[in-house]
Design a protein around this ligand. Structure first.
Ligand SMILES: *[C@@H]1O[C@H](CO)[C@@H](O)[C@H](O)[C@H]1NC(C)=O
Ligand SMILES: *[C@@H]1O[C@H](CO)[C@@H](O)[C@H](O)[C@H]1NC(C)=O
Ligand SMILES: *[C@@H]1O[C@H](CO)[C@@H](O)[C@H](O)[C@H]1NC(C)=O
Length: 532
């Protein structure tokens, strides 16, 4: 039946713009755990096996230890683990809360524990909101608009049954309670996208008594959004393409009534999941090199490229690093809840004390390193709009690709992965990727090979993101580059900018200061979904 689809929409709970709400939501549920280094033995007591008697890490040597076979072997293991999700989801998945994700955490933790006392390991539990939309339908004057899609983390319509009303146009962009006319009570609010988060519009519509809300785009294309942190006032909310909103707006302008049938069957759950953190027992604990990937997948599939590839790369580099000693501490993170909106990394950075925050000299994000129709992408992190040091990191990647005769492209550093929380808390960051749902251009096909006019990853967020959805050549090269990034900074941070006092906090954003404000203006994503 057209417009009546069965799907699982990964929710997203935490938004940079409203992270104060997130903290309120999360802090009472689980006490902040101390970051790993709080439990470290003094470095003078570090046992010899932790690396003291080993040669100082060298980039070429660490890179030489990386092999395709080892990466592929782990990818196959991860796919078997994803199958643990089958009984509940009818297909392999490693979405948070599933047996596939629990198995993934177990695999990562056990692999690291097997490395002895080279690392101090910790699990950081945090509450995550996850949503599932089972069925939905939207009918506007007997038409089923093809672009209508429920927002992630939307509540269901009343009693999970269809509701009936007519459309009431909300003034301006619906960011103010006064924009909602009294007539919206008992009817369906029709709100323009823009200015404030979708979650704010849904909440104000709910407070005004609307039975559902539709956010229509100011651009022609659809709105695949999320309501973010749940509110008791949220109402069932859809996104609608501007092209399908135009004729409806024309009817409303003429004074015609537009009848609506809205139906969403959905749940929003809060669960507890874990970040895994491994920090070298050796190395200066006041100057840490941090890197991360995410351990979870979307509900739709096993997530072997997204982000099995990054998770495995980290595990492989962490394993090979144990043959060396380090001057600076190295801290690896496997985030959970990335697909629900960067939940794990947001939580981690939110609960760092200022002094712990300052010990992190930089954060490197490794998410999707093996896309089948890959490009070598470097986040365009720049010192004029990001914390100072971000650009030096960007240039480390540039230099490595150039030195190996490989092409690369810069991509937007726009909040789509776990670096976002770090940047928002003043920590320099960057990373590399190989492409998601974007389409490879002709020019890029010339630069990287592969097929023009086809997505970098045709299986992005889909069931087919399995072991066959990896380009091993790209993956091995990128893992060597990750090894290079770790070895370089673990050896020395000489010349790498010291941390500055630039205010990237929420308070800094709301005061509209300097670079933090520029980052906010550019950032419309928080994770894979739009929130504004
Ligand atoms: C460490 O070095 C040894 C000797 O070169 C090698 O056999 C081993 O595979 C390396 N890696 C790890 C993780 O021990
Ligand atoms: C880099 O891109 C150029 C075209 O811009 C191409 O001629 C060259 O072969 C590419 N290099 C590699 C290593 O693919
Ligand atoms: C991976 O990419 C390389 C370079 O474009 C290509 O030669 C190779 O065939 C690709 N491998 C797979 C399995 O697609």
């Amino acid at each position: 039946m057209a417009g009546l689809k069965r799907l699982a929409v990964g929710g997203l709970a935490v938004l940079g713009g409203v992270s104060a709400l997130q903290v309120q939501l999360q802090k009472p549920l689980v006490d902040a755990v101390e970051p790993a280094q709080a439990r470290l033995p003094a470095s003078a007591q570090a046992p010899a096996s932790a690396g003291r008697d080993k040669p100082l890490v060298d980039s070429e040597d660490l890179q030489a230890a990386i092999s395709k076979d080892s990466l592929l072997g782990r990818a196959k293991e991860l796919f078997e683990i994803a199958k643990l999700g089958e009984p509940e989801y009818n297909h392999p998945t490693r979405v948070i809360g599933s047996a596939g994700h629990v198995g993934t955490l177990d695999y990562i933790y056990k692999s690291l524990a097997a490395l002895g006392d080279y690392y101090t390991l910790s699990k950081q539990p945090f509450p995550a909101v996850s949503g599932n939309v089972f069925e939905f339908r939207l009918v506007l004057d007997h038409e089923v608009p093809a672009s209508a899609s429920p927002m992630s983390l939307t509540p269901p319509t009343k009693n999970k049954q269809p509701v009936y009303g007519h459309l009431v146009l909300v003034a301006n962009e619906g960011c103010d309670a006064d924009d909602y006319p009294a007539a919206v009570s008992g009817q369906v609010a029709f709100v323009k996208r823009g200015t404030c988060p979708f979650g704010t519009k849904s909440e104000l519509a709910g407070k005004a008594g609307a039975i559902a809300a539709i956010v229509f785009n100011y651009e022609t294309f659809p709105v695949q959004g999320t309501l973010g942190t749940p509110s008791p006032d949220h109402v069932a909310t859809f996104g609608l393409a501007g092209s399908e909103a135009a004729p409806v707006l024309a009817k409303l302008a003429k004074g015609d009534t537009v009848d609506v049938i809205a139906y969403i069957d959905a749940v929003v759950n809060t669960i507890v999941t874990d970040n895994i953190i491994a920090q070298t027992t050796q190395g200066d604990p006041d100057n840490c090199v941090m890197l991360g990937g995410h351990s979870d997948s979307v509900p739709e599939g096993p997530g072997i490229n997204d982000d099995g590839s990054g998770s495995i790369t980290l595990l492989e580099v962490a394993t090979q690093l144990t043959n060396f000693s380090v001057n600076n501490c190295v801290r690896f993170a496997w985030w959970a809840g990335e697909e629900e909106g960067l939940l794990g990394s947001d939580y981690y950075v939110d609960v760092l004390t200022p002094s712990e925050n300052r010990k992190i000299r930089l954060f490197m994000d490794y998410d999707m390193l093996a896309s089948p129709n890959f490009a070598f992408q470097i986040y365009d992190a720049r010192n004029d709009v990001n914390p100072v040091g971000s650009q030096e990191l960007r240039d480390l990647y540039v230099d490595w690709y150039a030195a190996h005769g490989l092409n690369y492209t810069f991509i937007a550093f726009d909040g789509r992965s776990d670096y976002d929380g770090f940047i928002r808390h003043g920590i320099p960051g960057g990373g590399i990727a190989t492409g998601a749902e974007g389409i490879k251009s002709k020019k890029e096909a010339g630069q990287f090979g592969g097929e023009p006019g086809v997505p970098y990853d045709v299986c992005y967020h889909a069931l087919c993101d399995d072991v066959s959805n990896l380009n091993l050549t790209a993956w091995e090269l990128n893992t060597k580059l990750v090894a290079h990034s770790v070895a370089t900074y673990a050896r020395s941070l000489k010349g790498f900018p010291k941390r500055t006092d630039e205010d990237f906090s929420e308070a800094g954003f709301s005061r509209g200061v300097g670079k933090s404000e520029t980052y906010k203006q550019k950032t419309k994503y928080h994770g894979s979904k739009l929130f504004i």
